[in-house]
Design a protein around this ligand. Structure first.
Ligand SMILES: *[C@@H]1O[C@H](CO)[C@@H](O)[C@H](O)[C@H]1NC(C)=O
Ligand SMILES: *[C@@H]1O[C@H](CO)[C@@H](O)[C@H](O)[C@H]1NC(C)=O
Ligand SMILES: *[C@@H]1O[C@H](CO)[C@@H](O)[C@H](O)[C@H]1NC(C)=O
Ligand SMILES: *[C@@H]1O[C@H](CO)[C@@H](O)[C@H](O)[C@H]1NC(C)=O
Length: 248
């Protein structure tokens, strides 16, 4: 009688596996989704609109190309804080024009982080955040993050702003809109006090947010079996549940 009972479950299992297989085959025959070609920051910002000043800066400093190349060659990913055209136009007149080419480059690099940071990973980054502009010591290019709930604030020591929203994210590149230009201390802050030499920036420890891998949830509590039949039943239910979760 046990065997009759089990065979009905075995049939159900077979049915599910068969369904699963056909689904998988159908899926693998479908054209793979996703953008064709490598990620292109220029394209992303053009599509988003309202970033013409940043695009111009990316172009003249070649930072746009650099981001695309770096994205293609590194596994760390990248994060870009993208100030809107409004952000640039609310700077005091002549701010950009007063900068040398080198300083423009530093300003733009200050908006680029050489790691991918998801919205939730902002909660665990360690300050100061290291940007592509380099030295994050005080009076150089420090960028600090504070969070409160879902709100993410950025502080440079000269300006503070809030991450407005994610324009783009794909697990490798994240682009966040900011409504202020991030002005670094080095270019826009007070000069470092001459008497107190800035301490060597000791800690460069990066905390990658430890990327909590998704643990497969739903470990079935196989029912407390009292006899062989009960155990087999529990096992079978577990296997069916497992396959069902993964296939359906
Ligand atoms: C990126 O996109 C821009 C504008 O769409 C295009 O001009 C440029 O050639 C693209 N770059 C690459 C490397 O495909
Ligand atoms: C991307 O990387 C691959 C392999 O490293 C390389 O062959 C290719 O030329 C790169 N493409 C671009 C656009 O940099
Ligand atoms: C973020 O900035 C806003 C506006 O400046 C401020 O009201 C808020 O308290 C800040 N939150 C955090 C966590 O720093
Ligand atoms: C699994 O079942 C046993 C026995 O019924 C029970 O004591 C235990 O709390 C259950 N564990 C979970 C994680 O549900």
């Amino acid at each position: 009688m046990a065997s009759h009972f089990l065979s009905s479950q075995f049939f159900l299992l077979l049915t599910i596996i068969l369904h699963c297989t056909t689904t998988t085959v159908a899926q693998s025959l479908a054209p793979a989704p996703g953008p064709p070609g490598p990620t292109n920051i220029t394209k992303i910002l053009e599509k988003a609109g309202q970033f013409t000043t940043l695009l111009r800066l990316f172009d003249i400093t070649k930072v746009g190309d650099q981001i695309n190349t770096q994205l293609n060659n590194s596994k760390q990913g990248m994060t870009v804080f993208a100030p809107t055209d409004n952000a640039f136009s609310s700077l005091s007149a002549g701010t950009l024009n007063s900068l040398s080419d080198q300083q423009k480059d530093e300003l733009v690099q200050f908006h680029v982080i050489p790691t991918f940071i998801s919205m939730s990973q902002f909660q665990t980054v360690s300050n100061p955040l290291r940007t592509q502009a380099g030295d994050s010591a005080p009076y150089k290019f420090p960028l600090d993050i504070t969070t409160s709930g879902n709100q993410v604030n950025l502080t440079t020591g000269v300006v503070s702003t809030t991450v407005a929203n994610a324009i783009y994210t794909d697990g490798s590149l994240a682009v966040y809109q900011v409504d202020k230009v991030l002005l670094p201390m080095s270019l826009f802050g007070p000069p470092a006090p001459a008497t107190a030499p800035a301490p060597e920036s000791g800690k460069d420890k990066k905390e990658g947010g430890d990327d909590g891998g998704q643990s497969p949830s739903g470990s079935a509590n196989s029912s407390d079996a009292v006899d062989l039949r009960g155990e087999l039943h529990g096992l079978m239910v577990g296997v069916i549940a497992f396959i069902a979760v993964f296939c359906l």
